[in-house]
Design a protein around this ligand. Structure first.
Ligand code: ADP
Ligand code: MG
Length: 371
């Protein structure tokens, strides 16, 4: 088995670091505080929530994980929630019937497996919204501390219903005994939802941003995982992987996972070159495609940022001069558009870089790395 999981949570022995972050979330749960976890994609929010949930004592806690990705309205929200409650055996069939009555949805049986499925096709959206509190009630009635995590929560901001945030906020407020975790990837959107004074969720939760795992901690834990699995390795090569991927968890784990399974013997320089050139090749066309979907100026700035690793002051004279870029005012606008597209990210005090590490390294290979 490959210890560098990239798909599912495989248990604490394969989970790297995040000790402080886990503690912080558990503290919030134990103190009945709602918490919002946000970061750019692939930093490890989903995994961290799964990790925290695995640490809770199931005798006293009932953790419920709801992925809201690609939900567009309350109907789909209710559907996701019902499915999870049913899968977790929180809603038994009798309870399910009662709630379905109030949601106005029907139960159908899969003709092959006989497994009941909640059918929302004919549901009246208004009834669903009215019936939603019933769903929350069914869990809050459990004789346990219920924790509900809504992952990809930023979807709610784009729900078809007007005032979706206000509706949900109202519902949540009437269940103070449930602890809610909100997690989301569109950093700016999550901040707007929770930090904009005009929005319903304003300052209603503890805010927590997830950053890169500390390089040294990351390296040490990778060393110990490799030792435990009796896989020979060169320390330098591990550091090299962390640096090539800027310690951006999802991208780092992918390289580790591949080099673990593709290196015949030791994880050495040669193995890295092999795996890395393969990954670069896989992303080459993706890197080049950007040129055709972006405007000329957007493309120029994207390449300039890529070549720099990180850019602290994109409007500085030095940066503009070096890459022959337009005036500072247009740069500000273009940078904003690249941020909105998710092509570049703001990485704390280090500045801007490309979201996709592999595209960034490709562009550096093509256009030359600064420095
Ligand atoms: N602490 C960790 N240890 C090991 N792998 C991790 C860790 N955090 C994230 N990963 C891996 O990195 C990838 C991205 O993590 P994920 O939780 O999906 O990020 P996010 O939810 O922020 O987009 C996943 O493949 C996951 O398995
Ligand atoms: Mg996620």
């Amino acid at each position: 088995m490959n210890p560098f999981s990239i798909k599912t949570y495989k248990g604490p022995e394969y989970f790297i670091d995040r000790k402080v972050e886990s503690r912080k979330i558990i503290d919030a749960i134990e103190s009945d505080r709602n918490l919002t976890l946000f970061s750019h994609r692939r930093f490890g929010k989903t995994m961290l929530i799964k990790h925290v949930f695995s640490k809770l004592d199931y005798k006293t806690y009932e953790p419920i994980f709801v992925d809201l990705f690609a939900t567009r309205n309350f109907l789909e929200f209710a559907q996701k929630l019902t499915e999870v409650l049913y899968d977790n055996k929180i809603l038994q069939e009798s309870g399910l019937h009662k709630i379905m009555g109030s949601l106005g949805v029907s139960l159908t049986f899969d003709p092959l497996s006989g497994i009941p499925q909640v059918n929302f096709n004919l549901a009246n959206p208004e009834n669903v919204v009215k019936g939603l509190p019933q769903l929350f009630r069914s869990v809050s009635d459990l004789k346990k501390n219920v924790v509900i995590a809504f992952d990809e929560f930023q979807e709610v901001a784009n729900y078809e219903e007007k005032n979706a945030e206000a509706t949900l906020r109202g519902m949540i407020q009437s269940f103070p005994e449930i602890t809610f975790l909100f997690s989301g990837s569109k950093k700016s959107l999550m901040k707007e939802i929770f930090l904009d004074a005009n929005r319903p969720f304003f300052q209603s939760t503890q805010m927590m941003e997830l950053h890169e795992i500390d390089r040294e901690n990351y390296a040490q834990e990778v060393f110990s995982i490799l030792k435990k699995n009796k896989k020979p390795f060169e320390m330098d090569v591990i550091y090299k992987i962390l640096d090539l991927t800027y310690c951006h968890t999802g991208f780092t784990q992918m390289v580790l996972s591949r080099i673990y399974s593709e290196s015949e013997n030791s994880i050495d320089q040669e193995a890295l070159e092999h795996v890395w050139s393969d990954i670069m090749e896989d992303h080459k066309s993706m890197a080049r495609e950007q040129e055709f979907v972006l405007s000329r100026q957007q493309w120029k700035i994207l390449v300039a940022i890529a070549c720099e690793d990180y850019v602290l002051e994109p409007q500085s004279r030095a940066f503009i001069f070096k890459y022959e870029l337009p005036a500072p005012s247009s740069i500000a606008r273009i940078v904003r558009s690249l941020l909105e597209k998710g092509l570049i990210i703001e990485s704390g005090e280090k500045g801007l870089r490309l979201f996709n590490v592999y595209i960034q390294r490709n562009l550096q290979a093509i256009y030359g790395k600064a420095g």
